[in-house]
Design a protein around this ligand. Structure first.
Ligand code: ZN
Ligand code: ZN
Length: 505
């Protein structure tokens, strides 16, 4: 009788447990210490070689980093970016033909203020990481996230940068070899000890800014945008031309699916690709994108790579707290049963490309005020974006949709919603519904701001109770762009139309 309940399936395969009888697939001599993929046991030495080789191969294949170039490594203290730091160290200590030839620096963004860490806890984390960074001998920069409040507006404007051709890579290699022969390459030993002096008022403003996002999803998006701006600014002001990010392939798989859910389909290729040049002069690269979180954990454990855990916005939150968190738990649960989940998603990201625009047109394209991607909102009438806008306005419970509003939605302009509707959504504060809630200036800013954002960033801003908590550099750039487009509209009657010109000529 009880046989019915017995499980007759095959005994589960345990590829993760290397036995002493397994030999390394590479050297076929030493006994296996780690199984990277099912059926591929490696010994300790071969695993190390495989891991280091993969890093160099990723950089070599893409040829984005030039010899002698200054590269800023963004290290959060987590396993993946700490492992990346170790790979750069290993790469610089290799013998001549395998040696990495750029000059690295390290940046750590302290986000303790955003997640409500105490000053003591922040200082403790910072000093732990400082010890790690000092041991590498690389110059390093400890930057509190609060500094994002003082950024210049130039951060959200893509700089024009001459696109380096393939031939210039060869020229740079030759130049570097010559200079390496004549003068001994002296490592710059400058250290940034000053960091982390934070004003309490700044921490408060930062917290108010993040708290103004009413959903955790929007808060996470906002935080990642601010972090990105600060990284780019640090790279620019310290003279780096590349930014190295430590996203593993597990991380990127989550980012990819989350980005789709967040309406960032148009920006996927830039968000998840190996290199991202949306800022023009500062190019971000992701050399860890071929490593799974598991591989990194094995490597860090075996070769004692120190990492420091820092709390995040979603620490101790439930799986359904935000879209990003939900995606993460979805993928990790799927991965547990289907080990090729992450790699399948990741391989998809490799194939993604944005439709090519003529380069001259791309230069004049407007970019999103927050994520600095080319705006995906200036599209034709019969597109998914316009349909989304129309159904959004039609399904909004309180909005009285006039035919004019729907027509405006169709033509791509933000329809003029009755002020009360806009207020109840944009204000939501303690004064909402009272006479103090008129705030016409704020209302204009919200609508103006929307025209300057991509679809996904519009969603983020929609979930903010008030946009005037945004840092000054964003607001003043918004005002500048709005003034400019108003001016263009005013003089539009006097401008020669291209088509008109052609027909006459
Ligand atoms: Zn081996
Ligand atoms: Zn955007």
């Amino acid at each position: 009788m009880c046989q019915v309940e017995e499980d007759y399936r095959d005994p589960p395969l345990l590829p993760d447990l290397p036995s002493v009888f397994n030999k390394c697939v590479k050297c076929k001599d030493a006994s296996a210490a780690v199984v990277v993929r099912a059926g591929d046991p490696y010994c300790r030495a071969c695993f190390k070689e495989y891991f280091i080789h993969k890093f160099r191969a990723m950089l070599g294949k893409n040829r984005v980093i030039f010899p002698g170039e200054k590269v800023l490594l963004a290290v959060s203290g987590g396993p993946s970016s700490s492992s990346m730091l170790r790979q750069v160290q290993e790469g610089l200590s290799q013998n001549a033909h395998k040696k990495l030839r750029f000059s690295p620096g390290v940046v750590y963004i302290d986000e303790g203020g955003a997640v409500g860490q105490s000053v003591q806890a922040r200082l403790r984390t910072a000093s732990e990481l400082q010890a790690v960074f000092r041991a590498t001998g690389f110059p390093f920069h400890m930057v509190p996230l609060e500094q994002v409040l003082d950024l210049p507006s130039s951060v959200v404007v893509a700089a024009v940068s001459p696109e380096p051709a393939a031939s210039t890579y060869k020229a740079a290699v030759d130049r570097f070899m010559q200079s390496a022969d004549t003068e001994h390459h002296v490592q710059e030993q400058r250290r940034d000890e000053a960091g982390l002096a934070v004003l309490e008022a700044d921490t408060l403003s930062l917290q108010q800014l993040l708290d103004s996002a009413t959903t955790l999803t929007a808060r996470e998006e906002l935080l990642s945008t601010l972090r990105q701006h600060l990284l780019v600014h640090t790279a620019r002001s310290e003279g780096y031309s590349k930014l190295m990010l430590g996203d593993s392939c597990s991380r990127l798989a989550v980012k990819l699916l989350a980005a789709i859910s967040l309406g960032r389909g148009a920006q996927l290729a830039q968000d998840t690709g190996f290199s991202d040049s949306r800022y023009g002069d500062i190019v971000s690269v992701k050399p860890m994108r071929d490593y799974s979180a598991k591989e990194i954990a094995f490597y860090n454990h075996m070769f004692r790579v120190p990492s420091v855990t820092t709390p995040s916005l979603t620490s101790k939150m439930s799986d359904k707290a935000s879209i990003q968190r939900l995606t993460e738990s979805f993928i990790s649960k799927l991965q547990a049963d289907f080990p090729s989940t992450v790699s399948t998603i990741y391989r998809t990201s490799e194939k993604l490309q944005t439709a090519c625009r003529p380069s001259s047109a791309a230069d004049r394209m407007d970019t999103c005020l927050l994520c600095v991607c080319v705006l995906d909102t200036s599209v034709g009438n019969a597109t998914a974006f316009q349909s989304t806008l129309i159904s959004k306005y039609l399904s909004e419970p309180k909005a009285q949709v006039s035919p004019g509003a729907a027509a405006a939605a169709r033509s791509g302009h933000n329809p003029v919603t009755p002020p009360c509707v806009e207020q109840s959504r944009s204000c939501g504060g303690e004064h909402c519904g009272t006479s103090a809630c008129t705030a016409p200036a704020q209302l204009t800013l919200t609508t103006d701001l929307k025209n300057l954002l991509c679809y996904s960033c519009q969603l983020t801003v929609r979930d903010m109770s008030s946009v005037d908590r945004l840092p000054q550099y964003i607001l003043s750039e918004a005002q500048r762009r709005t003034r400019r487009s108003q001016l263009r509209e005013e003089i539009s009657d006097f401008l020669l139309d291209d088509d008109e010109d052609d027909s006459r000529g």
